[in-house]
Design a protein around this ligand. Structure first.
Ligand code: SF4
Length: 81
């Protein structure tokens, strides 16, 4: 499953890291790291993370949120709060 996080939207709330810890992790308070090619076994956790992100920053194919993501950054900061 392809996963893309719009790091311009991400505010580091960490809901994704809590709900899908095998896909998302926060390093420090502002740097989100994630697996852009999550395994199918992560589908349920990933769907919950997509739904829970308060700013709608996560896109993943194969979840109810629909649209297939394009390639994007894997690591970055969300320090433009
Ligand atoms: S992607 Fe969403 S849930 Fe995850 S850290 Fe960023 S704002 Fe929070």
């Amino acid at each position: 499953m392809r996963v893309v996080v719009d790091l311009n939207k991400c505010q580091g709330y960490a809901q994704c890291a809590f709900l899908a810890p095998d896909v998302f992790a926060l390093h420090g308070e502002e740097s989100l790291v994630y697996d852009p090619c999550a395994g199918d076994e992560q589908r349920a956790q990933l769907a919950r993370a997509v739904a829970a992100c308060p700013v709608g920053a996560i896109t993943a194919d194969g979840t109810d949120d629909g649209a297939a993501p394009s390639a994007g950054p894997v690591r970055g900061t969300s320090d433009d709060r």
